[in-house]
Design a protein around this ligand. Structure first.
Ligand SMILES: Cc1ncc(COP(=O)(O)O)c(C=O)c1O
Ligand SMILES: N[C@@H](CCCC[NH3+])C(=O)O
Length: 449
């Protein structure tokens, strides 16, 4: 079986003996040394995707005369190593909590290159962000305007802020990950004549000298494969920017168009191509600004999934193999692995689909209809709903599930007291643990009896 390059890490190969390697590291050796399950992250692929986004957007927007900043959205997966790689590749870091901010700072990313989001930031998070001198705090509610301003006054600084807008554009792979329709918790709505919640917040910010209003922000959802939503949202945001300028004379220097760029999870799926989206968006921004008679803003974007998602596979070991007879008389082979919904919640939460391949050997030519399941006490603990696996798949085999880099480790849990797997970066034939495996001792240490 060939490895679809959209779905597998760029450095994944199947050797002559049928075993898989990533960046020159044989996954059998990696499993023997580090155990399973494990997230295996192709560092060169991560860096290339980060750089690729930055270069594609810089090129497309330079052609229309606008500057660009690319923020890596740490919620997809953040560790000190990846924050450092992203920053070395010229990206800034988008954080959503104090915890993510702490990781970015530990990586040595200067505060000025970090943004802070969150619909419910604590005072401590706001104070920490200001102390770190973050480049932007994205205000998500009217009440937050005064809270950030008061914190800035206490700290004796002027806080750079953006306002997160709800543009009414519905996009994304699943209802739970669409974020710009009206009836959800994020942002401030553009709806309403004149005094929309967004406009009220912008005016409130302009009234507080402790705040520097640098721009507006739109994030419409995640796993988006149709670029038209980004374009519609960009037009609405630029329209608001023009209205604010007309009403107050304050022309916002920046507009953030968010993240959400979709990837391929299954063979044959086609991801959004950064170069194409960048070009389309640059055209839309240029056209809309020309129509509105406003100069172009500096643009920023916040891709997470599209940078880290395809760089990582999860390596599992098969424990049991059980043929189950279906109601229609057919058979499904349930292949149980040593992880499951604790290391990848996406199938249970969003009905997300993945593929899998035998990693330790080639396997027989005949295949069976298989379902890869985890070891948790729940029938919805499914890793891969439907996949053709060699009919000789057996306990002890290694199984690799690709495209698990985004929202895998970052949403992992300890359900059933299963310790979370390590993240192992592979590069030039060498493996390095960048997030260690949790141990039973780690879990027991939390239990005070
Ligand atoms: C504000 C914001 N920016 C960026 C992202 C990153 O999204 P994605 O990983 O889909 O690119 C998200 C998550 O959807 C988000 O909420
Ligand atoms: N966790 C979601 C994406 C959420 C994006 C965060 N705003 C997923 O796995 O698809």
């Amino acid at each position: 079986m060939s490895l679809d390059p959209h779905v597998w890490p760029a450095g994944a190969r199947r050797g002559d003996d049928g075993a898989l390697s990533v960046a020159g590291v044989d996954l059998r050796d990696l499993a023997a040394e580090h155990g399973t399950p494990a997230y295996v992250l192709d560092e060169a692929d991560f860096r290339a995707r980060a750089r690729g986004f930055r270069e594609a957007f810089e090129r497309a927007f330079a052609a229309v005369g606008a500057g660009v900043d690319v923020y890596y959205a740490g919620k997809a997966f953040l560790s000190v190593a990846v924050a450092r790689w992203a920053h070395e590749e010229g990206l800034r870091i988008d954080t959503a909590t104090g915890g993510e901010l702490a990781v970015a700072l530990r990586a040595g990313v200067p505060g000025a290159d970090i943004g802070l989001h969150g619909n419910n930031k604590s005072d401590a998070e706001i104070e920490r962000a200001l102390a770190a001198g973050v480049g932007r705090i994205v205000v998500d509610s009217l009440g937050e305007v005064d809270r950030v301003a008061d914190a800035a006054a206490r700290a004796g600084v002027r806080a750079p802020v953006m306002v997160r807008l709800t543009t009414g554009v519905h996009a994304g792979g699943h209802e739970f990950i669409a974020t710009a329709h009206e009836d959800q918790k994020f942002g401030l709505s553009l709806a309403g004549e004149g005094a929309s919640p967004a406009m009220v917040a912008l005016l409130a910010i302009l009234a507080r000298p402790e705040l520097e209003l640098i721009g507006v922000h739109s994030h419409i959802g995640s796993q988006i494969l149709d670029p038209s939503g980004f374009e519609a949202a960009a037009r609405r945001v630029l329209q608001l920017r023009a209205e604010l300028a007309a009403a107050t004379g304050h022309l916002l220097p920046e507009v953030d168009l968010g993240g959400g760029f979709g990837i391929a999870y299954l063979p044959g799926e086609v991801p959004l191509e950064p170069g194409r989206v960048a070009k389309d968006l640059a055209g839309v921004v240029e056209g809309a600004c020309a129509e509105l008679g406003t100069p172009l803003p500096r643009i920023s974007i916040e891709p997470g999934r599209a940078i880290v998602g395809p760089t990582t596979l999860t390596l599992y070991r098969v424990g049991t193999v059980k043929p189950v007879t279906l109601e229609d008389g057919g058979t499904r082979t349930y292949v149980s692995v040593d992880g499951g919904m604790s290391d990848n919640l996406r199938p249970a939460l969003y009905g997300a689909r993945y593929t899998a391949a035998l990693a330790s050997r080639r396997g027989g030519a005949t295949t069976v209809a298989a379902r890869v399941v985890g070891k948790h006490c729940e029938s919805g603990d499914i890793v891969v709903h439907d996949v053709a696996l060699p009919d000789d798949v057996a306990p002890g085999d290694l199984l690799a599930v690709p495209a698990t880099g985004a929202y895998g480790r970052s949403m992992a849990s300890n359900y059933n007291h299963v310790p979370r797997p390590p993240v192992i970066a592979v590069r030039d034939g060498a493996a390095r643990v960048i997030v260690r495996r949790e141990t039973e001792d780690d879990l027991l240490a939390l239990d005070l009896g």
